[in-house]
Design a protein around this ligand. Structure first.
Ligand SMILES: [Zn+2]
Length: 203
């Protein structure tokens, strides 16, 4: 790992140091939240407004891959400690047009260290998303309608699947993904997210 020669601000709290995300901003434990429809259990490493939440928004806004990797490493430990036994990790898909704009898909980046800790594979292509209308501004019902038709599970899956996303607000995306995975052969869906936001935040 390259050492920085000058202090850099932590993306979570702004304090200057050598890490993109200082150790004080690493979440110590994950908490369960109300599972979206079709999902058995849901776990979040952080809440909206927490340092991790700020770092997630910053990495997405700036297309900051190094920060995305730092976030993934920070949330893998608390999430892997609570999700129990799973057979594979599947990231929530991003439409490829948005992935190109950002240079990476944060759920896919989050999936890697989490799967490594759980010693299970990541199935990056178990779900695909076609381009659809932007979600911001849509209410929960409209989001669900917009998403349900554009997330597809093109490959067979089995067992317990750990679905991973960066941020969840209404859980509508997770429900649409879970429905597809169950339809493709999964027995049970557990959902892990870096940051859960209140419904009115619309992050
Ligand atoms: Zn910090």
């Amino acid at each position: 790992m390259l050492a920085h020669l000058w202090p850099i601000p932590c993306a979570g709290c702004g304090s200057e140091g050598k890490l993109r995300l200082c150790l004080d901003c690493h979440p110590s434990e994950a908490e369960s939240f109300e599972a979206p429809e079709m999902v058995a259990e849901a776990w979040a490493a952080a809440q909206y407004g927490d340092p991790i939440g700020k770092a997630v928004l910053s990495s997405k806004g700036r297309g900051d891959r190094a920060l995305a990797i730092a976030i993934a490493e920070a949330v893998a430990a608390p999430l892997s400690a609570v999700v129990g036994s799973v057979d594979a990790v599947v990231p929530v898909p991003s439409p490829w047009t948005r992935r190109i704009v950002r240079g990476f898909a944060l759920p896919s980046v989050l999936a890697e260290p989490l799967a490594a800790k759980l010693t299970v594979p990541v199935h990056h292509r178990a779900l695909v998303a076609h381009r659809g209308p932007r979600q911001a501004g849509l209410n929960a019902h409209r989001r669900k309608q917009a998403l349900a038709g554009r997330i597809r599970s093109p490959l067979p899956v089995s067992g317990t699947i750990l679905l991973v996303d960066d941020v969840t607000t209404t859980g509508a995306t997770a429900s649409a993904c879970a429905r597809e995975l169950l339809g493709a052969g999964a027995e049970r869906i557990v959902f892990a997210v870096a940051c859960v936001t209140p419904q009115d935040a619309d992050a």
